[in-house]
Design a protein around this ligand. Structure first.
Ligand SMILES: Cc1cc2nc3c(=O)[nH]c(=O)nc-3n(C[C@H](O)[C@H](O)[C@H](O)COP(=O)(O)OP(=O)(O)OC[C@H]3O[C@@H](n4cnc5c(N)ncnc54)[C@H](O)[C@@H]3O)c2cc1C
Length: 745
């Protein structure tokens, strides 16, 4: 598994930790509807927007793992702040420039993007083209036009985009559009295809600055449009030679970025829910018992724990592949789709466990904004329904199949002896492959996977064996369905979606086994691994079962079902006792809980939104033996005052020592902070939404300001003079950073 470098770890422990301490999500999402100026400035100064940019251009040059870890930690504090950092580092101008930009473009833009002088966005989606992004109607017509006082060859652009993250504050727009050359100025075809360009936001003809309001998230997002905007050819990423290459560029970049940013949001949600909900379930007592000990709540906690382990395992395995230079587009699509889907599930469980505490919004609610943001993560970078039912298996199957591609290639070769040989070879290989899988699936099935190979003995070995069985069964089903349906398979999205499920859960089960091994097989993590493995294997089995029940040829489906699952669909979900063991890990401090939630922001500041949980948990655990001894006493449940009087009486009666009285009081005080919910006067409620922090800033904003000042002072001392390399005026127009809205920075 990929390991963080020293510089990445130092960044996480330093600037990221500082940034998280500065964040007050309620201030951001309710009062200000933007990040405070101090945070914008802090992010720019510390190059949060340049994580993927090489150091020679002034960026941080982080690995995929480093980048994802930063996004995870920030998002555990605020989704709005996480998304703001995510976008410039994800699919967008920097990523495209790095791979496809001209040297002049890189030299000019990358240093400016790294230090936040330029704020980028990338605009592909429009009112008429969402999931079907290839259908964008936005156009660029090749023509002559005036640029910097001279007549040059360029493009006249017209576009209408929406949902563009960072769009309202962007100083440079990455834009996708289709190029047309009706007058034949380039001497080729009229329609030249999707093309990407970088355009300074203040270019004449561009309208930008309005905002959407995506489910109370405060990251900047909005529409933009352009009317007869003229750009010279060298605004095209990679210059004129890259006309028509835009779609390939986007798809290639997406196959990496999709595995980093949004899956990290899922992991951040999982880890935060696991840690905070576990603690809350211990601290919140009803019927004189921690609610986390009731079986109903345990079920929810077990799912949170297991799914978090699963998402993190998937994240780690994918990042290792990316950091090894792979571009596993199907795996990254799986990770995006299923991590965000499980994000939905863990947050829903967390909301249920918190009851009213999760519902009543205010500065001390650490769940509600994440809950609201779920559909954002699910929709962007390929909405999940489409990704699941069309992309993962539909597009992945052929690409990953060991023989289909060669069969298709051979079939389209001009008729010749070589073509016949190539086709026969591919067909023979395919037939052998199918028969081997069929036999494996039958033997593994009839032996309840005991005859499948495994690198380990015992219970862990069983999971490897079951995975072998499921993978053989999957291969049989997939091959048959593709053979039967051929080209019409792409319309069978329900089948394709179930194949995607099977593939995804096999991936997660493998990732969990790999993670357990990479972590050194810690015994305390065994319940998490087992829960994940059982849950995933069950999902694979059920997906395959549903495929066979809906097989394109019904009778064949029945035969295959009896051949590959001769003992029936015998796998079960994690049982109650395993669920109990997982839930127990979450509600009390321990090594497994720490490992599971490693990488999120954690503080034990009792006045912090989640710090109060960290503060209270050990205090309450310390007070328990004393409370148990006093069980016969009438415990005072009402308010701190009543409780204090009760403790004072016990002290007077010599039933508790002074130290014990302190322990009881501290625990009580800390618990009350945890269960407290916010309330507002009707007037406050009316005013709060309209307030823009013009009068008294909230205490955290004051904190943020002082941190910002300290950092600015430090920077002033260290200020280096940065030589500004200007690129040829002809190629890239220099721009001052101009804000288009009331945005700081
Ligand atoms: C907050 C936010 C930020 C965004 N940021 C950016 C950005 O920075 N830049 C940018 O260019 N875009 C951005 N987007 C756009 C995002 O990528 C699109 O919203 C997404 O591609 C889906 O398009 P749509 O919303 O128009 O939904 P539609 O395309 O209308 O789809 C609606 C539903 O139909 C499903 N669907 C569509 N076609 C199929 C199919 N063939 N099979 C099965 N299901 C299908 C989808 O999965 C979805 O569930 C952002 C969107 C949001 C909401």
């Amino acid at each position: 598994m990929s390991v963080l470098s020293e510089a990445e770890q130092a960044f996480l422990d330093g600037p990221v930790e500082q940034l998280c301490a500065m964040i007050d999500d309620w201030d951001i999402t309710h009062r200000r509807l933007d990040l405070p100026p101090e945070i914008w400035e802090f992010q720019k100064q510390n190059r949060f927007f340049g994580m993927i940019i090489p150091q020679r251009y002034g960026g941080l040059e982080f690995s995929a793992n480093g980048h994802s870890s930063v996004v995870t930690k920030i998002s555990s504090r605020s989704i709005s702040a996480g998304v703001t950092v995510m976008v410039p580092n994800s699919l967008g101008p920097a990523e495209l420039l790095l791979h496809y930009g001209s040297e002049a473009q890189k030299d000019y833009y990358l240093p400016r993007l790294a230090d936040g002088r330029e704020i980028p966005c990338f605009a592909l989606t429009g009112p008429d083209a969402g999931s079907d992004a290839g259908a964008i109607p936005d156009s660029g017509v090749v023509c002559m036009g005036r640029h910097e006082g001279r007549q040059v060859l360029g493009l006249r652009l017209n576009w209408e985009k929406r949902y563009i993250t960072l769009g309202p504050v962007a100083t440079v727009l990455g834009l996708a559009f289709k190029v047309f050359d009706p007058d034949g100025l380039l001497g080729g075809e009229e329609e030249l295809g999707i093309t990407c360009a970088l355009i300074p936001a203040e270019t004449t003809g561009i309208s930008i600055g309005n905002r959407h309001f995506p489910l109370n998230s405060a990251f900047q997002n909005g529409p933009n449009s352009g009317k007869d905007v003229f750009i010279p050819m060298d605004f095209i990423i990679g210059d004129q030679a890259n006309i028509g290459n835009g779609w390939r560029m986007l798809v290639e970049s997406l196959s990496v970025g999709r595995g980093i940013s949004l899956p990290a949001l899922g992991v951040a949600a999982g880890k935060s829910c696991a840690r905070n909900t576990g603690a809350y379930a211990y601290l919140r007592k009803q019927f004189n018992t921690s609610i986390g000990k009731f079986e109903g709540v345990e079920e929810a906690l077990a799912s949170i724990g297991g799914m978090t382990y699963m998402m993190e395992a998937g994240r780690q395995l994918t990042l290792s592949a990316l950091d090894n230079g792979e571009k596993p587009s199907i795996i990254t699509a799986i990770l995006k789709c299923y991590n965000t889907e499980h994000m939905r599930q863990v947050i829903n469980h967390a909301m249920d466990v918190h009851g009213g505490r999760g519902i009543c919004m205010g500065p001390s609610n650490y769940l509600a904004r994440a809950y609201q943001s779920i559909p954002v993560a699910i929709t962007v970078e390929g909405a999940n329904i489409l990704t699941r039912s069309m992309i993962i298996f539909g597009q992945g199957a052929i690409r990953c199949h060991p023989y289909l591609v060669s069969e298709m290639e051979a079939a389209t070769m001009p008729e010749s002896a070589a073509a016949d040989i190539a086709f026969d070879q591919a067909l023979r290989g395919h037939a052998e492959y199918f028969l081997t899988n069929y036999c494996r699936a039958f033997i593994y099935g009839i032996s309840a996977s005991h005859l499948a190979p495994s690198p380990y003995p015992g219970r862990i070995g069983d999971y490897y064996r079951r995975l072998g069985q499921m993978s053989a069964a999957f291969a049989v089903c997939a091959d048959l369905v593709l053979m039967i349906l051929g080209g019409s398979f792409k319309r069978k999205e329900k089948l394709s979606g179930r194949f995607a499920d099977a593939l995804a859960y096999m991936f997660y089960a493998s990732a969990a086994l790999k993670k357990f091994e990479a972590d050194g097989q810690p015994r305390t993590d065994l319940p998490l691994l087992e829960w994940t493995a059982k849950y995933c294997l069950y999902q694979v089995q059920m997906a395959l079962g549903e495929i066979l029940r809906n097989f394109p040829i019904k009778w064949l489906g029945v035969i295959i079902r009896h051949s590959i699952f001769p003992l029936g669909l015998s796998l079960r979900l994690p049982n109650d006792s395993l669920g109990h063991r997982v839930a127990s890990l979450l509600i009390r401090p321990g090594a497994a809980r720490d490992r599971l939630t490693d990488g999120i922001y954690i503080t034990d500041d009792p006045d912090d939104i989640t710090g109060c949980l960290e503060d209270a948990l050990p205090k309450v655990i310390r007070a328990e033996p004393i409370e148990r001894r006093l069980r016969h006493e009438q415990l005072q449940q009402h308010g701190l005052e009543d409780y204090s009087q009760w403790v004072a009486r016990l002290k007077t009666d010599a039933q508790v020592s002074c130290d014990e009285a302190d322990i009881l009081l501290q625990a009580r005080e800390a618990t009350m902070k945890v269960v407290r919910v916010d309330d507002f006067t009707p007037q406050q409620l009316l005013n709060e939404a309209a307030e823009t922090v013009k009068s008294t800033p909230p205490s955290s904003a004051v904190r943020a300001k002082s941190v910002g000042k300290k950092i600015a002072a430090k920077k002033a001392v260290k200020k280096k003079s940065v030589s500004k390399k200007s690129v040829s005026k002809k190629s890239v127009k220099k721009k001052a950073v101009v804000k288009k809205s009331a945005t700081p920075g």
